[in-house]
Structures are given as C-alpha cells and as structure tokens.
Design a protein. Structure first.
Length: 182
C-alpha cells in the first residue's frame, strides 16, 4: 500500500462529505473489508476494543432496518452498525463512562468515513434509530448496544433534497479560542 502524504491526507479530510443518496450498485465485500479494517486501526480508550461492527449488505435486511431508522433518507447498499460489546468492558475502567465509549465509536466512524472516501465510496453516519428495533432486527447478543450506523454506497448524481438549515460559512477561526478566557 502506498503511503499518503500529509497534503493528500488533509485533502481527503477537507474533501470528504456525507452521502445521503446512493446508487443501487452494491459495494463489494473486498471494499467493505477494507473499510472495516480501517475501523480496527482507530485509536481506543486504554487500547481496549469494546466496539463490534455488524456489516449488513442484504437488501431485505437493510429494508427492515429502515423501518426503525428515520435518520436514513434513502436505502444504502450497505450499513455498518457500530456496537459496544459490554461483555468486553472491564469493571472499574473508564470505558464504563459514556463519554469514553462515544470517543471510541467516533474514532472508528471517522476512520471508516475516510477509508470509504479514499476508496471512492460514499458514506454517512446515522444515530437516529430505535436501539430496541435494531437489536431485534439484527438479533444482537444481549451485551451489544448499537451506537451508530455508517451507511455505505456509491453516491447518486442527483439526490432528493432534505430540508436543512441554511448553510452559513464556518471558518476554523469561528470555532477556536486560544488560551484562557478573560
């Protein structure tokens, strides 16, 4: 594998966008495995890997997931459910803190989003779903909690417009404060 330069990495970060509309074209399992491998390399709290990834590329199962997921606008060819396996969380560790768990889910999600982008696959995170519904549809073990979906597929040229707030330009300077507040 060729190593990416710093400039290429920054270009990937700056050019990646959320994909909400997908072509009907499936994503190959070899590409899905590459995206999942990127998630495995994400940093974790205490290097304890409590997240598990459920990859779904069966159209009928994806349709069932859509029934309990208002956050998905159009049917993607693949969905990865990022779950926390509470059986892997050691007692008395910081991982029992909800914030630490979300950091681990977030780093795995970001790695998947960037890997998908690098492979020419559109991707988008989703957190609005019925956890109980997802647990039942996927028949998750009792120790698994679904935390986030990553929808994957090839971006449609024309997508249905979703009503959103007007986009205001955001500069990094609008988000950053240096040093302590007066």
């Amino acid at each position: 594998m060729n190593r990416m330069t710093g400039a290429q990495l920054l270009e990937a970060i700056y050019s990646r966008r959320v994909t909400r509309g997908f072509k009907k074209q499936s994503v190959s399992e070899s590409i899905l495995w590459k995206i999942l491998a990127a998630a495995r390399w994400a940093p974790t709290g205490s290097n304890i890997r409590v997240h598990r990834f459920i990859c779904v590329n069966n159209p009928e199962l994806i349709e069932q997931i859509l029934w309990v997921t208002p956050g998905i606008d159009e049917c993607p060819p693949a969905i990865v459910a990022i779950c926390v396996d509470w059986a892997k969380v050691p007692e008395g560790t910081l991982l029992t803190d909800r914030r630490v768990r979300f950091i681990d889910v977030g780093t795995a999600a970001q790695n998947m989003l960037l890997a998908a982008h690098a492979l020419g696959v559109g991707a988008g995170p989703v957190t609005s779903f019925s956890s109980a519904g997802v647990r039942r549809i996927l028949n998750l073990p009792s120790s698994y909690t679904p935390e986030m979906f990553i929808c994957l597929g090839y971006a449609a040229e024309v997508t249905r417009m979703v009503p959103v707030l007007p986009k205001l330009p955001t500069r990094v300077a609008d988000l950053v404060h240096w040093g302590k507040f007066q």
